[in-house]
Design a protein around this ligand. Structure first.
Ligand code: HEC
Ligand code: HEC
Length: 329
């Protein structure tokens, strides 16, 4: 398997001259060698990791709002974690769950305290999945944690891998434009995500509660406190991963179209999470694209939502410097 991946990486690198020399280990491989859950022994640990993977790829079927056992209805929508954490969390710049075990516990600016991996998962549970937190000792939580840990097998804990997150394309000097984005949506997204953003449900004979194409807004989507409700996340995710099947090495949408279509997506209605004003207790650490106040700076909520962000970052940097030189009371 390692050999296969290495040669794919090699081909993607597209270097003709290098192809005549022997293939050696690729420290900066363009694709990752991801451990395969299906290859684990079928013992208790192997079964728990598999269950975790199923919970990520078919979340709605096990802990969704329509499952038979009401006690298991943790998620509030019928999305799957893997609708955003692509390829079961193993895709470079597809919001991977791969290789992040060593990052936890970590400081969360959103909470203003150190959080565990369970806390981080629950953060997606209550925002991306618009649901309620799972107890740390729930078998479903433990299975997801086992799977995330398994995905970090052999990854050095002290290093954040290139390929994490959703990527960083260049930003626009102007505000992203939802009107222009609406036109991009019509020709590049609507065929799959539906004209009203509500996606396409699985249908007979494959009725398993989930989506063939997940919704991007509306009642069954992620809520307004989710990471995916922030422009910079959506724009990069879409640029490097959409239309579905797109790889970061070969984006389909132009940078400009990705920003504008993302603006259109974040301009649409979605469930509201109460208490958002309490997020990011240190306002200087609030992401510049958080669409909800309060803010440390004087920029409008509209500029925080659509950009441009460079002037906001400059103001925050200045405020941080002033904060440092302020005498302690
Ligand atoms: C609607 C999209 C979406 C869904 C669905 C979703 N997430 Fe996320 N998740 C995100 C985004 C976006 C981030 C990064 C947020 C940020 O850093 O601003 C993230 C971050 C994470 C992280 C931290 C990753 C890191 O690099 O540190 C974990 C762990 C995680 N999610 C787990 C889950 C699990 C488990 C589920 C299902 C129960 C889930 N997520 C469902 C969008 C989603
Ligand atoms: C060929 C069909 C297709 C097209 C075209 C497409 N998508 Fe997707 N999109 C998907 C699928 C399928 C997923 C879920 C991925 C998975 O589960 O592996 C997805 C996931 C997403 C997600 C994260 C999940 C969620 O529910 O929010 C976003 C955001 C998104 N797409 C935005 C877009 C945008 C914007 C466009 C247009 C530029 C677009 N997509 C074009 C099929 C498509």
């Amino acid at each position: 398997m390692r050999l296969l991946h290495t040669s794919i990486a090699f081909l993607l690198a597209g270097s003709i001259s290098a192809m005549s020399s022997p293939v050696v280990a690729q420290p900066k491989a363009r694709v990752w060698t991801v451990p395969e859950a299906g290859a684990l022994p079928r013992d208790a640990h192997g079964m728990q990791v598999r269950e975790g993977r199923d919970l990520v790829t078919a979340t709605y079927a096990h802990i969704g709002p329509n499952v038979a056992d009401a006690a298991k209805r943790y998620a509030g929508n019928n999305l799957a974690c893997a609708n955003c954490h692509l390829q079961a969390g193993t895709k470079k710049f597809g919001l991977p769950l791969f290789g992040l075990w060593g990052d936890f516990p970590q400081y969360s600016a959103r909470i203003g305290a150190a959080i565990s991996i369970e806390d981080r998962i629950n953060s997606c549970m209550t925002r991306s999945m618009n649901g309620r937190p799972m107890p740390a000792d729930a078998p479903e939580m433990q299975a997801i944690v086992s799977y995330v840990k398994f995905l970090s097998t052999g990854v050095a804990p002290d290093r954040r891998l290139p390929g994490m997150g959703a990527g960083h394309m260049r930003e626009l000097k102007r505000a992203a434009d939802p009107k222009r984005g609406e036109r991009v949506y019509a020709h590049a997204c609507a065929a799959c995500h539906n004209t009203d953003g509500s996606g396409i449900r699985n249908s007979a004979p494959n009725t398993d509660l989930g989506y063939l194409m997940p919704p991007l807004w509306g009642a069954d989507s992620f809520n307004d406190g989710a990471g995916m409700a922030r422009l910079i996340n959506v724009a990069n995710f879409v640029h490097f991963n959409m239309p579905h099947g797109t790889d970061y090495l070969n984006p389909q949408l132009s940078v400009e179209n990705a920003w504008d279509v993302a603006a259109y997506v974040v301009s649409q209605p979605r469930p509201h999470k109460v208490g958002l004003s309490k997020d990011f207790p240190d306002l200087l650490l609030k992401p510049v694209d958080a669409a909800y106040g309060p803010y440390a700076d004087k920029f409008s909520a509209r500029q925080h939502k659509y950009g441009p962000f460079a002037p906001i970052r400059a103001a925050i940097t200045k405020l941080k410097r002033e904060e440092k030189t302020k005498p302690h009371q």
